[in-house]
Design a protein. Sequence first.
Length: 46
Amino acid sequence: MGFIVKHKKFIAWYQKILGLSDYGLLWFMFFKGVVVALILERLIIH
């Protein structure tokens, strides 16, 4: 099974567990990325 298929299955599972719509999942991932970027920025710069 290819990486893309596994990734799609993982995303579908993650979305089902959290009970999010496609739109809600996009916003969740956006804010998750912002948090990770802020943490990395604090670790690297400070």
